[in-house]
Design a protein around this ligand. Structure first.
Ligand SMILES: [Zn+2]
Length: 59
C-alpha cells in the first residue's frame, strides 16, 4: 500500500515539460492532483494511473 496524503512530495517516473520531476500532492480522491514543485502547474490523473507513474515518495 502506497502511503501518501495531501502535502506529500513525490518523485514521478516521467518528468514535467519544465524538466522537474518532483511534485506535491494537492488532492486525493478517485483522481489525484499533483502540483509541479518547479513551475507550479497542476496535473490531475486517475489514482490508478498516479500509482503507476509514481517512482518514489520523498517526504
Ligand atoms: Zn513543471
Amino acid at each position: 500500500m502506497l502511503d501518501y496524503k495531501i502535502g506529500t512530495v513525490v518523485l514521478m517516473k516521467k518528468q514535467h515539460p519544465c524538466g522537474n520531476s518532483e511534485f506535491t500532492i494537492t488532492r486525493i480522491g478517485a483522481d489525484v492532483k499533483i502540483k509541479c514543485n518547479q513551475c507550479g502547474r497542476s496535473i490531475m490523473m486517475p489514482r490508478i494511473e498516479f500509482n503507476k507513474k509514481l517512482k518514489k515518495i520523498l517526504a
